[in-house]
Design a protein around this ligand. Structure first.
Ligand code: ZN
Length: 85
């Protein structure tokens, strides 16, 4: 992982964790407390390739019904043009 933010060039990245949303076709997997580096200036998150691979594998296991997720979250979907002013 690089030691500066590719997005804004800032040099202060801290180890933290965040919610990662993996999306494929019409399905999503939300993973809580994923370890990452966060740019203290712009808030961009950086994930290790191994971490992303584990998330993708988990998504596939759930999609193939080899695994049950810990919980199911209901997601509302809107088209921006249909939003109230
Ligand atoms: Zn940044």
């Amino acid at each position: 992982m690089s030691e500066h933010c590719v997005f804004c060039g800032h040099k202060h990245l801290i180890s933290t964790n965040t919610r990662y949303i993996y999306q494929k076709n019409e399905r999503m997997l939300v993973v809580e407390h994923v370890p990452c580096l966060e740019c203290t200036f712009c808030g961009e998150h950086y994930f290790d390739a191994v971490v992303l691979e584990r998330i993708e594998n988990d998504y596939q296991a759930i999609a193939d019904q080899q695994k049950q997720p810990q919980r199911i979250m209901q997601v509302a979907v809107e088209e921006f043009s249909s939003l109230a002013l």
